[in-house]
Structure formats: C-alpha cells, structure tokens
Design a binder for this molecule. Structure first.
Ligand SMILES: *[C@@H]1O[C@H](CO)[C@@H](O)[C@H](O)[C@H]1NC(C)=O
Ligand SMILES: *[C@@H]1O[C@H](CO)[C@@H](O)[C@H](O)[C@H]1NC(C)=O
Length: 298
C-alpha cells in the first residue's frame, strides 16, 4: 500500500517536473523510517529448520571457513565497535543514582545483565572516559554508586527512548538528566536514588562488589559493578502469570523492551519462537551419522 501510494505520488510529482520526482523518490517510504506505534505487534514464528533431527547437519549461510582473529592486546580500545556489534542484542540498564550530596544522575548502560535470581544480582560494566580527568575516568553514575553504594536499574522500554537518549549527553556532574529529559522521578522503597516512572520494571540495588579492569598496558580502563536487587517493581499493566509456574512474570506482548545493537542502533523484539527443552531420552539418539555407523559396527 505504502509503495503503491508512493508511485502515485511520483506520477503526480512527474507532472510537476523532474525535480518533483526526485523529491518524491527521496521520500520513498521503503527508504525512510516508519514511525512506531506504542506497543509491539509481537508474533510467534517457527525456527529456520523445523524438520531438524538430532545428528542432522545445520546448514549455515557461509561459503568459506575463514575467521578473522581480533587480538585485544593489540587492538585495545579499538575492540569496542566489534564487541558491541558482536554481543547483541544487549539489554539496557537505565541507571538512576545520587551523589553523596544528593545530586541525581540518570544514564543508560548496555554492558549489563542479570546474573542470578536468589538473590537477584545484576552486573554493569562501566568504561572509563578520558573526559573525566578529576575522577580518574569514572563517569558520574559510577562515581555515585561507589560513593553511596546504591542505585536503581530501570529497564528500557520503547515508549521513552527519546528521553533516555537525551540523558546520554556528556553533561557535567550535578546536572540531573531526569529533570532535564522530562522523565518522572518516583520514590524508591529501600534505596535513596529514585526510580523512573516511565519504566515498566525497576530494580532497587545495593552495591556488593566492584572490580577494576586493567588493559594490556596496565592502564585502568573500566569497572565492573555487581549489585544485589533489594526490591523489584513491575508495573501492573505489564504483569501476567506464567502459564508454567503461575508466578508473576512480565508479559512480553506489553513490554516493548529496548535492546542495544552495534554502533548507535537499538533493537525491538517483534518476533519469537518457543523451543521446548529436549527430554532426557534424547541422549540415546546418535549425535552424528558417523557415530550412528560406529554404534552399528559395535
Ligand atoms: C590501554 O589503555 C590506554 C589508556 O586508555 C590506551 O592508551 C592504550 O592504547 C591501551 N592499550 C592497549 C593495548 O589497549
Ligand atoms: C538522540 O540525541 C541526539 C543528540 O541530542 C539527537 O540528535 C537525536 O535526534 C536523538 N534521537 C532521538 C531518537 O531522540
């Protein structure tokens, strides 16, 4: 429909002259970006090879068997574009923190994940910045977490990415990105830093461990911070009951989670497939054709 509409537009523009056509083609909707609605249209699909049997070779799209080796000891900081393009999609921690003087800070981190559930522990990787000379490279969020031992991880949802993007700027310490961006602070229960009201899930965290990263020349280049979740919050309108356990879980259809990809790209979750785990009996199935031959000979 959109393309057809554009052809019509192009014809109409034709009547107005060649420059009109050019303008219209430049506006071709297949080249420009669609504006998103608020909620994902999430769809269940099948895997690529639904007829797979244990031992089958999985066809790959590759025509050669060459791999490029990337050596961190030589590349140093130049590993960054590769790392963030290779480890995808990454969840995003939108971290709220306070300095010991109570100045607020809000910033997204994509070196982030949850590592356990009993108790829930989250990990955030902070890269030092050459612009932060007074703190030895530590950005405001990290400086705050180390000072107070507290932070809140807000999960990123599609409906507030523009404001979250605004908070990424290299603003001075003491500048409160929450206020500037228009996002809404919401009081936490167990920690001092506020939650972000626009986010569907919040984790109130206390710092339990920090590990400084040194590169191959011995220079401190970052810090990994481990936090224990003292209290988690889920907005009631994204909540559902797990069909398996009956416990409270997030409903993916209502969640619109944001993920980080390489470069400055972000990902949406619009399709998924369900893969039941194999039962124990599968261990008797020969793994490969040659293994099957071997078994037949014995
Ligand atoms: C280690 O870090 C320093 C400071 O950021 C940088 O100048 C140097 O290139 C890095 N060295 C390697 C091998 O990564
Ligand atoms: C993200 O921030 C940059 C810098 O302010 C701005 O140019 C860009 O348009 C913003 N993107 C969105 C989606 O708001």
């Amino acid at each position: 429909m959109a393309v057809q509409g554009n052809i019509l537009t192009a014809f109409a523009a034709g009547a107005l002259g060649a420059s009109g056509i050019l303008v219209s083609l430049l506006r071709n909707p297949t080249w420009s970006r669609r504006i998103l609605g608020h909620r994902n249209q999430i769809e269940e699909v099948s895997t690529l090879h639904p007829d797979y049997k244990p031992g089958d070779k999985q066809p790959s799209p590759f025509t050669s068997d060459k791999y490029l080796a990337l050596n961190p000891a030589e590349l140093g900081d130049a590993m960054y574009p590769f790392m963030i393009s290779a480890v995808v999609p990454r969840p995003v921690a939108f971290v709220s923190s306070l300095s010991k003087n109570g100045a607020g800070n809000l910033s997204p981190y994509s070196y982030f994940n949850a590592m356990s559930h009993d108790p829930p522990m989250v990990v955030i990787g902070h890269s030092y910045s050459s612009a932060k000379k007074d703190t030895g490279g530590k950005k405001d969020t990290l400086a705050n977490i180390l000072e107070t031992g507290e932070f809140v991880v807000n999960i990123m949802n599609e409906w507030y990415v523009e404001a979250a993007n605004f908070t990424c700027g290299p603003y001075d310490r003491g500048i409160n990105e929450m206020t500037l961006s228009g996002l809404t602070p919401m009081e936490s229960v167990k920690v001092k830093p506020p939650r972000v009201k626009e986010s569907a899930v919040h984790f109130e965290c206390k710092l339990v461990h920090s590990y400084e990263i040194k590169n191959h020349t011995g220079k401190a280049t970052g810090m990994i911070v481990v936090g224990e979740v003292l209290l988690a919050h889920m907005h009631e309108e994204v909540a559902t009951k797990s069909p398996h356990s009956g416990h409270d879980v997030v409903d993916l259809k209502k969640y619109s989670p944001v993920s980080r990809l390489g470069g400055v790209s972000y990902g949406r979750t619009t399709e998924y497939y369900n893969i039941p785990r194999p039962p124990k009996e599968e261990q008797k199935t020969p793994k490969t054709a040659s293994e099957a031959d071997e078994k037949a000979r014995l």
